[in-house]
Design a protein around this ligand. Structure first.
Ligand SMILES: Nc1ncnc2c1ncn2[C@@H]1O[C@H](COP(=O)(O)OP(=O)(O)OP(=O)(O)O)[C@@H](O)[C@H]1O
Ligand SMILES: [Mg+2]
Length: 328
């Protein structure tokens, strides 16, 4: 698979690896779902070749998270003392020491790159592990890469506290930008689709672009699944807000959502809505359409009536918007 517009991120990861011999770092690969976090780490791992041994651990969205899930994944790859300590049911400090030995022992040439994927789903013990390792990484010849969805990590999320306890000097953010309009236009042209429209719907999110171009329908099924999975995690009140915003094209003014402030906050913390100036919106127009499409016709009609009533009370609302809701 070809990765576009990631040479800066790959270059930064390469620099971090080359510097690891003089002091390891925590590379933070944060971004919304589908921005390309896993893809860039996989491309980096492939480009490392024999220059590093990459150890992969993943956190999963389980109802009951498995304790130290990523460490179990990694122990399966390393075997040795770490795997034995886990099998023997060793305590946390013994396990963490075994991991540090795995990352820093004299045999550890080439250097280790340890990946913890999807840390927004990390269990508490894994967060402890990130703190433990993060606070020691500068003394280890290893690179720790942590990927997470920053739009699912609100200000109160435990991952933020864990990362905040790692020394600033040890942390290196690896920024991932959306694909540019020019890049999206090029990809769209390959599929005979209008580039400007694909960019407007997806905001250049690589997952949304790929899915939209591969699908033969207005809202690809995978995008619908992704959006519905997020909505399922919301409380009924927050889901109600998400549904209401879904019938209002592009964005909804705060006044339309008056009285539901807590529910709005929950939508933001859950990565469903974002603030755009005074307005609330879905992160991408395609996601809004996916939710709107999932509503039954009577429910959609009721929400349009509600939107119409509320918008009519706001002075200066564009009459075309009122007509839009009145007609649907
Ligand atoms: N730079 C890129 N150029 C082209 N396509 C890309 C790029 N980055 C990602 N993609 C495409 O987008 C899809 C999603 O990417 P990826 O799985 O890496 O996202 P992610 O940020 O890890 O998402 P999640 O938060 O769900 O784990 C990939 O399958 C790939 O097809
Ligand atoms: Mg991923």
């Amino acid at each position: 698979m070809q990765l576009y517009e990631r040479s800066a991120a790959l270059g930064l990861l390469d620099t971090l690896l080359r510097g690891a011999a003089d002091g390891g770092r925590v590379g933070l690969i944060a971004g919304e779902a589908g921005i390309g976090k896993s893809s860039v780490v996989k491309a980096f791992a492939a480009a490392c070749g024999g220059r590093a041994v990459v150890l992969w651990g993943a956190c999963d969205p389980l109802v009951t998270p498995r304790a130290l899930g990523p460490l179990h994944d990694i122990a399966r790859q390393t075997g040795g003392a770490l795997a034995e300590a886990l099998a023997a049911g060793a305590g946390q400090s013994e396990l963490f020491s075994a991991l540090v030995a795995e990352l820093s022992g004299p045999r550890q040439r080439p250097p280790r790159v340890m990946v913890v994927e999807d840390a927004h789903w990390a269990d508490e013990a894994t967060l402890d592990l990130l703190v433990f390792l993060g606070r020691r990484i500068e003394r280890l010849p290893a690179l720790l890469l942590v990927t997470y969805r920053d739009d699912e990590v609100g200000t109160d999320h435990a991952l933020r506290a864990a990362l905040a306890s790692v020394p600033r000097s040890a942390v290196k953010p690896v920024p991932l930008t959306p694909l540019s309009a020019a890049c999206v236009a090029g990809l769209a042209a390959d599929h005979g689709r209008p580039g400007a429209e694909v960019f407007q719907l997806t905001g250049g999110n690589p997952l949304l672009v790929t899915e939209l171009l591969a699908a033969d329908r207005a809202v690809p099924a995978t995008v619908g699944d992704l959006t519905r999975a997020r909505l399922r995690r919301l409380s009924p009140a927050a889901r109600e807000v998400a549904h209401l915003v879904s019938v209002i094209p592009t964005s909804a003014e705060a006044a339309v959502l008056a009285g539901a402030e807590d529910a709005v906050d929950e939508c933001v913390a859950g990565g469903v809505l974002v603030a755009r100036g005074d307005m609330m919106a879905y992160r991408h127009e395609l996601l809004r359409r996916a939710v709107e499409e999932s509503l039954t016709p009577p429910r959609r009609a009721a929400l349009h009536r509600l939107a119409l009533t509320r918008l009519a009370l706001i002075e200066g609302t564009d009459p075309a918007r009122l007509v839009h809701h009145a007609r649907l």
